[in-house]
Ligand binder design. Sequence first.
Ligand SMILES: [Zn+2]
Ligand SMILES: [Zn+2]
Length: 258
Amino acid sequence: MDWKKLSTTKITEVYNRLFLSRCYLCRAKSRNALCSYCQEGLPTNTNSCHHCKLPLLTTSILCGQCQTSPPAYQTCIAPYRFEGIIKTLIHSIKFNQGNHYIRPLTHLLSEKLIHAYEQDSWPEQLLYVPSHPSRIKERGFCQTKTLSSHLIRHLQQKIGKKCPIYTKNNPIKKVKNAQTQHSLSRKERLKNPKNNYTVDNSTAKHVALLDDVMTTGSTIETCTKLLLNAGAERVDIWVIARTPEKDNPHLAITQTFR
Ligand SMILES: [Zn+2]
Ligand SMILES: [Zn+2]
């Protein structure tokens, strides 16, 4: 890991944000982590499947996959499409030591969660989809663990006692380090996560499962089923972004005109 590069970039960004109150992206004066101009440019996942939040042409319908084989989780909150600025920020966190972008992303996600749970009960416990220990060693940190701890701190300030509990000992473990998801085809990704994860402890009855991005949903589905076997009765999915299907020509057309 390039600690020199990490510390220089991180110190500049955190200094700009905390001491100069500037937007994380454009550095304009802003009271929030991202200024209103940058927030408007984010790819919001407005039209999506009612259950799995797969980007679609319209909202409040179920995608074909959810109609034939509904996911085991209760609900999915995925406020952005995995495109544009959001894709750049998440890639930067994962592959370019840009972990200072975790803060603005957790702020954005927490706003959406607070809105989503206005009429619903909050999960009792927050868990996350972890990376394999060898990836964590290589990267220097587990991005979903860092996302979870930032998110919980922010939620505690906003919703107080309703905030889910978060323990550093995440019961979900990645036990097999298969080829990384982003370098696999959709068919390979759907086959890949089986037996890659275990849950080594009991969980609360209502849990939230956090990941940065949901692509095919197969990893999320695998972990959900493991959590349901470990004692959970309801699993809610929290992801920052959902990947649109590449082979959906209608979606590609609408996005060109946006
Ligand atoms: Zn900005
Ligand atoms: Zn769906």
